[in-house]
Ligand binder design. Structure first.
Ligand code: UDP
Length: 253
């Protein structure tokens, strides 16, 4: 098979040229990084889980009319997506104080927020993704006021959808990060949800026990990351629950 042209390799994914113009193949790696990639590990199976989980969330969002780049899953590690021009912002939506916000503002982790808070970080590894305000976004033309308006509206809808899905499986959506892109159609462009939605970019806490089902398991050395992601995938019905009796071949004596 002819080798596909690689367009970009990131920390957790590789993008290849897609089969049709305007499409891209998004490949999910097992590479896991945290703290500006100073902590790194290859966690076998993580890419497969994130491919399935992101497909699940993106399909659900498409289903309620939120435009995303997702077209279809191709295989265990790859999905076909529309090519978009990525807006260089990490959009973080928070329902409960945690992580960098708790540190920055001295708010205890786990404190519920009176309303969802949206934050923007400028995507630049060399600058360590600094937090920015709307003023910076407009001044440096990373997005227009109309585009940011659209991003805010869509982010709040994604938050409502994901919070509801998680509530249904006994999980609290504490916070998450999403990215948006411009999808061009002749002379027009429209804002669509891009990148991925997976436990790599969310904080998810079990409602009953507080158990973390997200990348903090890796960041904070809390056990097996794939066990946590598999638990989430199983509750969502994305992966079958492992049968304790086993369904493999039986030894015939
Ligand atoms: N996040 C992410 N990529 C980043 C930074 C943050 O996906 O480069 C996610 C993170 O998993 C969490 C949310 O965004 O769900 C908020 O992260 P926070 O700002 O608290 O930073 P962190 O504590 O992860 O450094």
């Amino acid at each position: 098979m002819a080798r596909r042209r690689m367009i970009y390799e990131g920390k957790a994914k590789i993008l290849y040229e897609g089969p049709e113009p305007g499409t891209i193949v998004q490949y999910f790696k097992d590479d896991t990084t945290a703290f500006d990639a100073t902590k790194k590990e290859v966690i076998e199976g993580k890419g497969v889980l994130n491919n399935r989980l992101s497909e699940h969330f993106m399909t659900g969002l498409n289903g309620i009319g939120i435009p995303t780049h997702f077209i279809k899953r191709l295989n265990m590690r790859e999905q076909l997506v529309y090519a978009v021009e990525i807006i260089p912002l990490e959009v973080v939506i928070r329902n409960v104080a945690a992580g960098s916000m708790s540190k920055r503002l001295g708010v205890e982790e786990g404190t519920p927020l009176p309303r969802p808070i949206i934050e923007y970080y400028y995507k630049d590894d060399a600058l360590h993704d600094p937090i920015v305000s709307e003023e910076h976004i407009f001044a440096f033309q990373w997005a227009s006021p109309q585009e940011l308006d659209e991003i805010i509206q869509l982010s709040m809808r994604v938050n409502d959808f994901l919070s509801g899905v998680m509530h249904g499986i006994g999980v609290k959506l504490v916070d998450f990060k999403i990215e948006f892109g411009r999808r061009f159609d002749n002379d027009f462009s429209r804002i669509v949800l891009a990148d991925e939605i997976s436990p790599d970019s969310c904080r998810l806490w079990d409602v009953e026990t507080g158990r973390k089902l997200d990348k903090d398991v890796f960041r904070r050395d809390l056990g097996s990351l794939t066990d946590a992601y598999t638990e989430l995938a199983t509750r969502l019905g994305v992966m079958p629950r492992k049968s304790s009796t086993g369904t493999g071949p039986k030894l015939v004596k």
